[in-house]
Design a binder for this molecule. Sequence first.
Ligand SMILES: [Zn+2]
Length: 118
Amino acid sequence: MSEPIEYGVKRLGVALPVSRELLIEHGVMEPTDAERAELERLKAQVRRREQAHARAQLNARRRLAAIADPLARAVLDLHAENERGECTGDDMEGYEAEYPAWPCRTVKAVAAHYGIPL
Ligand SMILES: [Zn+2]
């Protein structure tokens, strides 16, 4: 009689600890009612923070747009945001150069001068 051919995954002699939160997040385990309520509370908290951040960013953009000083206006117009959320005013060099995200350091410096939090 020949040895049976073994297919499939070899079992490892180690156990990897995986948190209950990770198992719930990936749908392996169902959360308890208390865990579900806590998850909903945390999601609502994140949504509130995102909304507050979005409001603050919109307010900062309006204040930046209202700056009329010619030099600051020229700098801010040069360092405008493109459709990919990048600053278009920074010089780039090199094959793999990437545009900085908007607001870049220049816009942040102008904003700080005018007391605008970004
Ligand atoms: Zn820039």
